[in-house]
Design a protein. Structure first.
Length: 464
């Protein structure tokens, strides 16, 4: 077998990558001509690439490395667990210590009676579980017809067939269909792009009331659950107006519909509380978790369900599970991650130090000539790029053209900032310090300035 080390010349690594590795969410043909960036090491909030560049990771990988890179404790725990018990399943009336410890710890952290965890290997798998779980729950209660799940356009709930179908990404729905049936989408609470002449408050209420309209149209007895991210992440860090969530909660309560909060990004400190549901003041029946649960050090996800749901499901056998449900190494790593977060008060650091410091600087971006709104909740933030703020105009160029140009400038300036269409988003590790935030913001502003100039020079600073 070939030993492919980090020390091989970058061009050779890129050529092998292009020849044999299919990248997710990537135009692989185009990437092959350009060569992928090779990341070799990471520490704290910084990545190092094969050419020795130090890059500030403003995205925590994919919104997941909440405690930052390079924590030896997690490596040590993984090695120890691999020696002691690398694998055993939890299917046939067996269990093991790491899964017991982690489940009890999660139950302690979650609000209300969300005390029961069904494990998966990822957020996508956990949402697949949720589809089957909520339908099975209602069937167990004698309501087999209560099986429709309502979600939102521009939601992200993963990339498996179930996750894609639940999500509302048009580019994803356009490929690999037909999608899973029995899923209905309503509009998202994105005031900047879709609010028209309404105030944010009116708009938030109107978008929440689409849930009630959908329930009445589909039939009150047919809707099993509503799923949503407390703050849409992959959709562009869309923060709903204040009026939105209280109305959603009211409607779910009124029609006896399970509320699934997809906390895959928002969970584990991202919004300044342990869970985004706490920040938004909602009481979900189910939470989807992954990403920050292990800070990305091991693949693990799950569904946290209420005592009521767990007790109904417990009345029979739920014919569902993954080989790696409750994987001992992943559970041990997640447990150590949570221990560090608690001992080092990382959620408090995010809430009381990093988020307020970043908020002031981030919101000031709204004064930039190419920025419309600047939104931030905890340590997830976005700006809408626009050629005309007064009219909240989109660019005339194809959506994402300007955003991509800005991302290219950001990468060149050694900052990982992502673009979603023509919004720029960041979600740095929760451990980021004020000094590091200064560096991050200097690079972000420089990238916006350079992109602004490039967009004007290319004649693209034009409204649709
Ligand atoms: C990333 C994400 C998922 C999917 O998680 P994977 O681990 O990539 O399968 C689901 N929901 C939300 C909100 C996410 O951000």
């Amino acid at each position: 077998m070939n030993m492919i080390s980090n020390h091989m010349p970058t061009e050779e690594l890129q050529a092998l990558d292009a020849a044999h590795h299919m990248h997710p969410f990537t135009a692989n043909g185009e990437l092959a001509t350009k060569g992928a960036r090779v990341i070799t090491r990471a520490n704290g909030v910084h990545l190092t690439d094969s050419q020795g560049n130090q890059i500030l990771d403003g995205m925590s990988g994919l919104w997941c490395v909440n405690i930052g890179y390079g924590r030896d404790e997690l490596a040590d725990v993984a090695a120890r667990q691999m020696r002691e018990l690398p694998y055993y399943n939890t299917f046939f009336q067996t269990t093991h210590v790491p899964v017991i410890a982690l489940s009890a710890q999660i139950a302690e952290l979650t609000p209300g009676d969300l005390n029961n965890v069904f494990y998966a290997g990822s957020g996508s798998e956990a949402n697949d579980t949720n589809i089957r779980l909520v339908r099975h729950y209602w069937a167990m209660k004698g309501h087999t017809e209560k099986n429709v799940i309502i979600s939102r356009h521009n939601a992200y709930h993963g990339s498996t067939l179930g996750g894609t179908s639940l999500g509302g990404m048009s580019g994803m729905h356009a490929q690999g269909g037909p999608m899973v049936g029995g899923i209905h989408h309503i509009n998202q609470p994105n005031w900047w792009s879709e609010g028209g002449d309404m105030s944010p408050e009116e708009f938030g209420l109107a978008r929440a009331q689409e849930l009630e309209q959908a329930i009445l149209e589909l039939g009150e007895n047919r809707v099993a659950a509503f799923i949503a991210e407390p703050v849409q992440g992959a959709g562009g860090v869309i923060v709903a107006p204040d009026t939105y969530w209280p109305e959603i909660q009211r409607i779910c309560d009124k029609y006896d519909i399970l509320l699934i909060a997809d906390e895959v990004i928002c969970g584990f400190g991202r919004t300044g509380n342990w869970f985004g549901s706490q920040t938004m003041g909602i009481r979900p029946d189910i939470m989807t978790i992954a990403k920050g649960l292990s800070s990305g050090y091991a693949p693990i996800g799950g569904s946290i369900v209420s005592d009521d749901i767990a007790s109904v499901i417990a009345q029979g056998e739920f014919n569902h599970g993954y080989t790696y449900s409750g994987h001992p190494v992943a559970c041990a790593v997640a447990m150590e991650n949570l221990r560090i977060m608690q001992e080092e008060n990382i959620v408090e650091h995010a809430r009381d130090v990093a988020a307020p410091y970043l908020k002031e600087k981030w919101e000031a971006l709204a004064d930039h000539p190419m920025v419309g709104e600047a939104k931030i909740v905890g340590l997830m933030a976005s700006v809408a790029l626009t050629p005309d703020k007064a009219n909240r105009a989109a660019f005339a160029s194809e959506t994402g053209t300007v955003g991509f140009m800005c991302r290219e400038r950001s990468f060149a300036n050694n900052l990982i900032m992502r673009h979603v269409g023509d919004r720029m988003v960041i979600a740095p590790p929760l451990v980021i310090t004020p000094d590091e935030i200064d560096v991050m913001m200097d690079r972000a502003v420089q990238s916006l300035d350079e992109a602004h100039k490039a967009v004007k020079d290319a004649g693209l600073f034009v409204s649709a």
